[in-house]
Every structure is written in structure tokens, then in C-alpha cells.
Design a protein around this ligand. Structure first.
Ligand code: SF4
Length: 381
């Protein structure tokens, strides 16, 4: 925000602002994306030697790591990519304030069988994890130590779970209400559509996280208008909203198209997402991207619906590639002993990290506060 503020002020004063992503690449993220695509660059090192200088930094490395993932969909822990990843991606889990991690398996559309719920409960009990229902309609398991992550995931994968990408700048969840199957007001099967969309876009890496929701009628119980792409059922099909956001600066999504059939809805979302991935700045949510898009929603309609740039087939083909090459990152990691070697707290010891201290609260664990730690050390606990 501060950078944008300063840049805007400089531009207003007539100063030319350098829009390069960082000192190592004299290009914008959009430039780098297209250069990588056209030249089929598949690693940061090749990108640096062809188009950059120096060794890279914590700005260009994750940005190019994200571009590589969006374009080629290779495993983020492959040796040529792992050094580019942000903290959470590095271990495919979300690091918490005490250095432990949380684990979030995918629960597409928020629909889960009793048997899978039991598995989550059993795994949480076995490893002593704190459990919390998330805003994205899934279950977050907190308090896992780094070395426990593979064991926890082995049990989850064997039970049919996949990674939920809660750690990635990628599709998170597609929430849904119960829709026409159960609700007296529902006009379409919102759960089935949410599952279909989440299964289609899972693993899609993007400039920032992506959230979605599907509501079964205009009462909007799934809050679809606050999502990057949100769908609301109508009696004739689906209304599509784009570029909504909760978070620090809430924004209602713009109504993009109305009364779409299933195939057209998915075709438009494919094109919309890929166009965003191609053209957004690093760490730019769809809402900010829309606010900065010349021509705004009308221009986006021209690109996505009218195919003004003759890009539609290419955008769809690129999405098809991502869908076809999807693999669960955790399942693939469990099958690769080299990747598993990373999941150690210490390189020279198998002892657990004594710095991790939990206390009990409301029948579950939570990280000890500093004063509680001092007390526990004093009484020798
Ligand atoms: S959005 Fe409509 S269909 Fe969905 S739960 Fe609410 S009232 Fe029912």
C-alpha cells in the first residue's frame, strides 16, 4: 500500500516511476510472464540468465516461482523450484506463531462424509492437534510439528484426502450453500456446482489466493459476491460475479454475466482466471486488479465474452493444461523420499523442538503465551 501511495504521488508530480518488479529484472510481472511463456522458460535460473542480473531476491524469486507454477504446473518442491517458495509453500503447510504448522485437507464445496469427518477427528486426536472449522468450510488442524507433517498426511491421503492448498497463492475453496437438494428456496444444485468448480481449479497457482462460492438462490447464503469469482443460481442458470473481496478492503463482486448454462459458466471462469493470472501484478488480488484495469468490467467482458483480443482459445487451452496436469502435491511428496528429507526440525537431531509449548484451553491445545512459558519453565513442567 505504501509503495502504491508513493508511486501514485510521484506520478502525480510528473516523476517517471520504475515499474520493474525488482532490481534483478527490469520488467513488470506481466512482462516476465509473457517472456517465460513465449520462450518456454521453466526455471528461475534460466529466467535470470536470459533476462535478469544478480542472484534474485525475496521479491522476484516467489513471483517467478508463481509464474512457473501457473505456466507449467511442476511440483513446487522440485529442486529447481523449492528455493523460490514462500515460507508456507516450502513445507506445504501454514506456519503458525509458535513455529508449528496447520494442516488443511481439501473439502470440495464444503461437503464431507461422516466417515471422513471421523478420520479428521481421529488424526487430530492421535497427533494432539487443535481443530477449527474455517471460513472456507473445511477443518484446519493446528499444532503439527514439522517432522509430523508427512505422517499426518500419509493417514489423510490413505483416507482419500488431498492437499487443500491453504498455504499457496492458489485456489483455496469454493464454498456452497445446500442449494436445491435440501433448501426449500434453492433453484439450482449449488453444492454440485461448487464441487465441480473446486475440482477443476484446485492447484491453480495465481498472483494471489483465489476464493469462490456458489449460492443456490438470490438469498446468497454462501456469500458469493464477496469472492474472486462467485456464482448465484437463477431459475434459468447461473449469474457470475467477479472480483469481489473480503479482507482488508471489502469489495462486492461485479455482476459479469447472467443466466449462464453450466458449460458457458465454466468457459467464462476459465478465461477470466487465466487472463487475471497473465496480467495481474504480484500479490494483487482480483479486486485490486479490477480497480486498476483500464476499461474496467466492460473491457473484461470484451476480452472474456466477446474475445476482443482473440485470446479465448489460448486461455482455455492453458486452463485445460493445468486441469490435466493436476497432482496432489502431498501425495506426490509422500512417494518421493528425497522430498521427504526436508521435513526435519533439526538437521543434526531427531529430538522434538523444546521451544514448542502448548497449554490447554476449552479442551484443546493452544500455544503458550510468554508469561505462561516462564511459569512452566519455573515449575519444571
Ligand atoms: S442461498 Fe438460497 S438455496 Fe442457498 S441455503 Fe440460502 S436460501 Fe437456500
Amino acid at each position: 500500500m505504501l509503495k502504491n501511495l508513493v508511486d501514485d504521488e510521484l506520478v502525480a508530480r510528473g516523476v517517471v516511476v520504475d515499474t520493474s518488479i525488482c532490481e534483478h529484472f527490469p520488467y513488470t510481472r506481466q512482462d516476465l510472464y509473457h517472456m517465460a511463456q513465449v520462450s518456454e522458460v521453466k526455471s528461475f535460473d534460466d529466467m535470470l540468465s536470459a533476462h535478469g542480473v544478480g542472484r534474485g531476491c525475496d521479491i522476484c524469486k516467489p513471483a517467478i516461482g508463481s509464474i512457473m507454477a501457473s505456466l507449467w504446473n511442476e511440483h513446487i518442491l522440485d529442486s529447481k523450484h523449492v528455493g523460490l517458495q514462500d515460507t508456507n509453500d516450502t513445507f506445504m503447510a501454514n506456519m503458525q506463531k509458535d513455529g508449528t504448522y496447520s494442516v488443511v485437507p481439501r473439502v470440495a464445496g464444503g461437503e464431507i462424509t461422516p466417515q471422513k469427518l471421523i478420520v479428521l477427528g481421529s488424526v487430530a486426536q492421535k497427533y494432539g492437534l487443535y481443530t477449527k472449522i474455517t471460513g472456507g468450510q473445511r477443518v484446519d488442524l493446528f499444532g503439527a510439528r514439522l517432522n509430523e507433517l508427512p505422517d499426518i498426511w500419509r493417514e489423510l491421503v490413505e483416507a482419500g484426502f488431498e492437499t487443500g492448498h491453504a498455504y499457496g497463492k492458489s485456489l483455496r475453496t469454493v464454498k456452497s450453500c445446500v442449494g436445491s437438494s435440501w433448501c426449500r428456496y434453492g433453484v439450482q444444485d449449488s453444492v454440485a456446482m461448487a464441487i465441480r468448480l473446486e475440482e477443476r481449479y484446485k492447484g491453480l497457482r495465481s498472483p494471489h489466493k483465489l476464493k469462490s462460492a456458489v449460492s443456490g438462490c438470490t438469498r446468497e447464503c454462501a456469500e458469493a459476491q464477496s469472492k474472486d469469482f462467485g456464482i448465484i443460481a437463477t431459475e434459468n442458470g447461473w449469474n457470475l460475479y467477479v472480483c469481489g473481496n473480503g479482507g482488508i478492503k471489502p469489495r462486492h463482486g461485479d455482476l459479469f454475466a447472467t443466466d449462464l448454462d453450466d458449460a458457458t459458466l465454466i468457459k467464462y471462469i476459465d478465461r477470466f482466471l487465466m487472463f487475471y493470472i497473465r496480467t495481474a501484478d504480484r500479490l494483487q488480488r482480483t479486486s485490486t486488479w479490477m480497480d486498476n484495469l483500464d476499461g474496467g468490467i466492460d473491457y473484461l467482458r470484451e476480452v472474456v465474452i466477446e474475445d476482443k483480443l482473440s485470446l479465448a482459445a489460448e486461455l482455455e487451452a492453458q486452463m485445460a493444461h493445468i486441469v490435466q496436469t493436476y497432482v496432489c502435491e502431498w501425495k506426490a511428496t509422500l512417494e518421493d523420499p528425497k522430498k521427504l528429507q526436508r521435513f526435519r526440525q533439526f538437521v543434526n537431531s531427531d529430538e522434538p523442538d523444546s521451544g514448542v509449548v502448548f497449554v490447554q484451553e476449552r479442551q484443546q491445545i493452544r500455544p503458550a503465551r510468554p508469561e505462561e512459558r516462564l511459569h512452566l519453565v519455573a515449575v519444571g513442567d
